[in-house]
Design a protein. Structure first.
Lengths: 243, 255
């Protein structure tokens, strides 16, 4: 009755492409999706760490494709190699602290290439290749930084906020094929991108404590499963009640 | 494959109170929660329709409480009989199309009593009697009407918007016990309430066609509710979540 395979939150029979799967949120999301029955196509830049994620995936038939998504040739190769997918989860990203007065064109371009250009243009290639099945789900990992202001986070914040614009417009463009597009906006989650001191500071403003990668992975399951088939153009804030 | 006990989306072992369970969204929430393994306490005003919902619940140990939550004696009875809860889904609500120039105190009182005061007072009653277990999850069903602002819906939109502010404050007060509170704001869903608005001369046809994914089904709201009541959302509190088939994407609603 409540077996995961038959629940609306099952991913049985679905193929999910996860970027940034070599560590942190992407790795956990890939593992959680595989636990719920999905076939995974995982991508990341680091061969050894991608292989480690691949090794941890339960089930059969998964694929790993090494790619640097800031490179057009790698995106093309991934879009062709991925095959038909039902879900696309953009986890690849990189936080960068930099006050605006210290910003350089090089830093801004780097933050843009990883956090904005790569997910948007990979999506473009997959759509052009008709790789996303009708009824499919596209999910962008955002951040509460997409919605809130924090000193020093301007470039990253802007790219995540920029993705909200993509989410809303793309949602309208693909709705006729029942494809939906949404974002997940977590605040401080315990992952390797944060140092211990930063996480300790963050604890104080999170009434329910810091998030775990599993929390974000479970939200991704909701968006990638048929349970959310009527949800599009929105973003789910998850922040432990941050004040 | 993980076992049911480890499934974060399961409601196995949880007791859930659903208001407005005699029809529409509340009825489907009750059914979907029971399918996810929860033991239900359901409440609604009509004994006959509440029993019809109860008959559709899989599993055992469910209870039903006939009550009008705008009456304090009924409210107290629900608090007394609901048991210790791990989840509360407040779906009871009413709507009436009234042009602003026809507003009066009675209309405001009626709508706010059902849509705003009832969820706030019921939640207060349950908390005061320690009927919500630590790590419990409270979900109030709001409405995208608060953002869309349909004509002749000022009172309804205001009554649902009020829940968003109340939820933000309540969430801070109960986080110490690990209890979460959130709102979800559905768009137009195929329910008797919507049928009633259509029948009373509401011209909603345009709005329905605007939603890129069409009209929602009660199951869509129920599935979101299961997510919010399950441990899968254990880090989510003080938020509201829009599910509307994309209706509000072209509107300036900041969500």
């Amino acid at each position: 009755m409540s077996s995961p395979e038959r629940s609306p939150f099952s991913l049985q029979g679905k193929t999910i492409l996860v970027t940034g799967a070599s560590s942190g949120l992407g790795r956990q999301a890939a593992i959680t999706c595989a636990q719920r029955g999905a076939r995974l196509v995982i991508t990341g830049r680091d061969t050894a760490r991608l292989q480690e994620t691949y090794r941890q995936l339960p089930g059969d038939g998964h694929a790993q494709i090494k790619a640097d998504l800031t490179q057009a040739t790698d995106r093309d190769r991934l879009a062709l190699a991925a095959g038909r997918i039902d879900g696309l989860l953009h986890c690849a990203g990189k936080q960068k602290l930099c006050p605006i007065r210290q910003l350089s064109e090089q830093i801004m371009t780097e933050v843009y290439a990883i956090n904005f250009l790569a997910p948007v243009m990979l999506t473009q290639r997959l759509l052009q290749a008709s790789a996303i099945a009708p009824g499919g789900s596209i999910v962008f990992l955002l951040s509460t930084a997409a919605h809130t202001g924090t000193a020093g986070v301007g470039p990253y914040s802007a790219m995540k906020a920029g993705l909200i614009g993509i989410i809303k417009c793309l949602a309208l463009e693909v709705a006729k094929r029942k494809v939906r597009v949404n974002g997940i906006s977590p605040s401080a989650v315990v992952t390797p991108i944060w140092d211990a001191g930063h996480l300790e500071d963050q604890k104080a403003r999170h009434p329910l404590g810091l998030g775990m990668p599993e929390d974000v992975a479970n939200a991704a399951v909701y968006f990638l499963s048929d349970a959310s088939r009527w949800v599009t153009g929105t973003s789910l804030v998850m922040d432990g009640g941050a004040v | 494959m993980s076992t049911t006990a480890q499934d974060p989306f399961s409601l196995e072992g949880k007791r859930v109170l659903v208001t407005g369970a005699s029809s529409g969204i509340g009825r489907q929430i009750a059914i979907s929660c029971a399918q996810a393994g929860a033991q239900l306490a359901i409440t609604g005003r009509s004994r006959e329709r509440l029993e019809a919902t109860a008959a559709e619940l899989p599993g055992q140990g469910h209870t039903q409480i006939v009550a009008d939550l705008t009456q304090s004696a009924d409210m107290e009875r629900v608090v007394a009989e609901a048991g210790v809860l791990n989840g509360v889904a407040h779906a009871a609500g009413i709507s009436r199309l009234v042009p602003f120039r026809m507003l009066n105190q009675t209309h405001l009182d009626d709508i706010f009593a059902s849509n705003t005061y009832a969820p706030m007072l019921l939640t207060k009653g349950l908390l005061a009697k320690k009927r919500i277990a630590p790590s419990g999850s409270v979900l109030w069903i709001a409405s995208i009407a608060s953002h869309v602002g349909p004509v002749a819906s000022a009172t309804y939109a205001a009554s649902k918007a009020a829940l968003l502010g109340a939820m933000r404050s309540l969430g801070r007060e109960i986080s110490k016990q690990g209890i979460r509170v959130n709102c979800i704001a559905p768009g137009y869903v195929r329910t008797p309430l919507l049928d009633g608005l259509q029948g009373s001369g509401g011209n909603m046809g345009d709005l329905l066609e605007l939603a890129p994914l069409g009209l929602g089904e009660p199951e869509d709201v129920a599935n979101a509710t299961v997510f919010y009541l399950s441990d899968a959302s254990r880090w989510i509190t003080r938020t509201y979540f829009v599910l509307d088939g994309g209706l509000t994407i072209p509107m300036d609603i900041y969500a």
